[in-house]
Ligand binder design. Sequence first.
Ligand SMILES: [Zn+2]
Ligand SMILES: [Zn+2]
Length: 314
Amino acid sequence: MKKLLWTLPILPLVLAGCSTGSADSADSTNAAGSNSLKVVTSTQVWADVAEAVAPDVDIEAIITGGDIDPHSFEPSATDMAKVSEADIIIVGGGGYDSWLYGTLEDDDRIIHALDLSEHDHSEHDDHEHEAEEAHEHDHDEEGHDHDVDNEHVWYSTEYVSEVAEEFAEKVTELDPEAQADATAVTTKMDELHNQIHDLPAVRIAQTEPIADHILSHSDMVESTPEGYRATTLSESEPTAADVASFQDAINNGDLDVLIYNPQSASTVATSLKDLAEEKGIPVVEIYETPQNTENFLDAFTKAVDDLTAATNQV
Ligand SMILES: [Zn+2]
Ligand SMILES: [Zn+2]
């Protein structure tokens, strides 16, 4: 109950938030009473991943459904009370869901894909470096640029697999009786990863940089006009000139496929989508978080299937 109050010695960064910290008896909220672990995640994405790993564990997402934009979310006191009572917390990191982890420093309950920054994309902790090195190692011979700095990390098959494996380990560590197996998730991610690598070298633009982690594992060429891309990456509004050059690219046939995120779409993004449709450019919808009762693993699969279908049209 006093979770937020216990203090940890200052640990070197390399240990912060990583999965291998031992569950010592000081952290034994679970020993007394209920034998079901409580897991809290920032969005439905990570709840669906956790659910696929450990279906019997009590898992709750703070942001459920597709109506709330996680980019601009502010948690309530009730939300943060759930966080304080959780045995395991899963976030994407990279600043995206810092509204959840910003006040929880060196908290070894946290499993995260990216480093736990406050929207500072230039700093990486050792955890992320390890992941990046592993990615480069896997794909060196293919010459793709996998070093993507983008907080929409749940569209990275590798990061999702890592989180699933880390979560399975932590569940087993805290409750050896619990059923936890990441295989279903990692198998699905390996399948999607192969399908993504087969996507052809077509020119893609994005109304919001939602799919960078997909594009970086394929031959698809990110062709969003530079100024527009820079402003949407930093979550600010594109200038009229940026929008005009995007419209030109559509009108001049410089783009083959448009990726559109309907969930956090501005009027500018929607008008670009309309223009692309008018010009017969295939539009692929990729959502921020799963819609309604849709499962994230299905939504990710659908996004990759839709990209496959759209790029085959080109
Ligand atoms: Zn790859
Ligand atoms: Zn987004």
